[in-house]
Design a protein around this ligand. Sequence first.
Ligand SMILES: CC(C)(COP(=O)(O)OP(=O)(O)OC[C@H]1O[C@@H](n2cnc3c(N)ncnc32)[C@H](O)[C@@H]1OP(=O)(O)O)[C@@H](O)C(=O)NCCC(=O)NCCS
Length: 229
Amino acid sequence: MFPTQQLQLCSRDRQPTIQTAPGTDPGPLQVRNMEAQDVDFVAQLLVESFSDKFEHAVGKSRMEGAVQQTTRMLGRSRDVWHRYLIAVYDGRPAGLIVMKFHGDTAEEDFQCGEACSYLGCWGTRGLVCLRCCTSMEDISAGEGYVDRICVDANFRGKGIGKMLLDRADFDARRRGCTAIFLWVKQGNRAVHLYERQGYVITETANGIFRCFMQCGVGSPDWCKMEKQL
Ligand SMILES: CC(C)(COP(=O)(O)OP(=O)(O)OC[C@H]1O[C@@H](n2cnc3c(N)ncnc32)[C@H](O)[C@@H]1OP(=O)(O)O)[C@@H](O)C(=O)NCCC(=O)NCCS
């Protein structure tokens, strides 16, 4: 989409500097766009990393079905792959970040009949509810939205999450965004990471939204964190 890997940063106080896209310098940690070979990894990682949400939605006994359904759905949803960046550590896929920007209306090709075959009627109902709660974000022009970020448990604590967030900042700036935001469950350890990256809490879920999140995701306590770029 953007041919150059470089960004010219300007400010009133500093001379313009050229910054390379995080994850493209030589080294053990690389960040690249999602490809067909990543579909299995992405599906497995999403369900594992957000197992509390998936368990709430489909039930503990259907987690393998959730992985299979996610794999099939993602595999044919090429229109949304551009949102996914994959972190590769020593040649192995290790994490991912999903970014959305204003005007990106592509949707995953979710098929109820297929979901039913993996998750049954009850599990499909839960998944539909979960998808409603996690895909209703309104993204204004000039904002970048971190939809999901996760790192394989075997690779955590090595700076991969930080690198993915740095890359998200870079890509958002390159698109002309002046702010980036995400939603996180209160008490999630990841809040420390976001604060270190410069995010601050700007909103907490309240009213009917809490109720909605409790029902769809299994917890009412969410907060919005934003960073000015
Ligand atoms: C959050 C996450 C992406 C961080 O990736 P990472 O590569 O371990 O991050 P880094 O090595 O750059 O930074 C380490 C920081 O990540 C966070 N972190 C580490 N393990 C975590 C875990 N199991 N769950 C949530 N956050 C975690 C902490 O803030 C940690 O800093 P701390 O040790 O000072 O508390 C990763 O832990 C993860 O996938 N967690 C599960 C999914 C999740 O909660 N995603 C966030 C949804 S909003």
